[in-house]
Write a protein that binds this ligand. Structure first.
Ligand code: ADP
Ligand code: MG
Length: 268
């Protein structure tokens, strides 16, 4: 019995999450359970709060109110925050919930290898030899081992983005957050980044990804959330959400995304 209960326990539990900037309420009460191995795509119009939500999950943004439970972390921002994280907990949390953004933000003055080993050495206190060995293994996996001593500016956008993903993986995260990681890429480079994310999904990595790649969301995702005005307006299997949208708002959104020439080019 106990084992069944443990398996059913969500990896990430979010309740009544709100985020305001001044008088502008961006997240209006998000409640969500994420289970291990789920690959959750997040879709929705620009400004609907998708990025803010991901940033709240690894506490790059402090929620205005709400409750989050993840592994040994439980943060309660209700009523002036009784259980807020310490700086040490923040550091540990961000190692466990990795995040990659639209603009590959590699450190330009460091080589590929240095970019990947920096945080494991500094934050996880990993011996340099071990950090290098693990980084090299990760770079092998993505076919960029030969580029390990190159500076980011010598790499294509797709290669840089793949290194940014590997840099997050080097922290041994339990969850990965991807915020439109292919949006800034030339269309011909999108595929290699999606392939890497797809391989992580196949390995069972739990992830949440904001994406306009509807075909990818359907192929790789196990669940899709439609954000609308700071709430989760629809939540279900990708085929149902994208293939058979219930609300007119989602139908409108899908028509726009699927008929944008750029979006079409990206999925081609
Ligand atoms: P999405 O990722 O869905 O496009 P965002 O989460 O980036 O949406 O933004 C949602 C809303 O929050 C937007 O109106 C945006 O202007 C506002 N917003 C986001 N970040 C900030 C910030 N740091 N300060 C003030 N307003 C912000
Ligand atoms: Mg965004």
């Amino acid at each position: 019995m106990a084992q069944i209960a443990t398996a059913a326990r969500p990896l990430l539990k979010i309740r009544k999450l709100h985020k305001s900037y001044g008088a502008h309420e961006v997240l209006k009460g998000i409640s969500l359970d994420i289970h291990e191995g789920e690959v959750v795509s997040i879709i929705g119009a620009s400004g609907s709060g998708k990025s803010t939500f991901l940033r709240c999950l690894n506490l790059m943004e402090t929620p205005t109110s709400g409750f989050m439970d993840f592994e040994r972390f439980a943060f309660d921002y209700e009523q002036g925050a009784r259980r807020q994280p310490t700086p040490q907990q923040l550091c540990e949390l961000r190692a466990r919930i990795g995040m990659v953004f639209q603009s590959y933000n590699l450190w330009p003055h460091m080589t590929v290898l240095e970019n990947v080993i920096e945080a494991p050495i500094r934050v996880r206190r990993m011996p340099r030899r071990q950090a290098v060995a693990e980084a090299e293994a990760l770079l092998q996996r993505i076919g960029l081992y030969e580029k390990r001593h190159a500076y980011p500016s010598k790499l294509s956008g797709g290669q840089q983005q793949r290194v940014a993903i590997v840099r997050a993986l080097a922290m041994a995260p339990k969850v990965m957050l991807f915020d439109e990681v292919t949006s800034a890429l030339d269309p011909e480079l999108v595929g290699e980044v999606l392939a890497l994310i797809g391989s992580l999904a196949a390995d069972g990595m739990t992830m949440l990804l904001v994406t306009h790649e509807m075909a990818f969301a359907r192929d790789v995702g196990t669940r899709t959330l439609f954000f609308d005005g700071g709430v989760i307006a629809e939540d279900g299997p990708p085929d149902a959400i994208i293939g058979a949208p219930r609300s007119e708002r989602l139908r409108q959104f899908l028509r726009r995304v699927l008929h944008q020439p750029a979006a079409l080019g990206e999925t081609a």
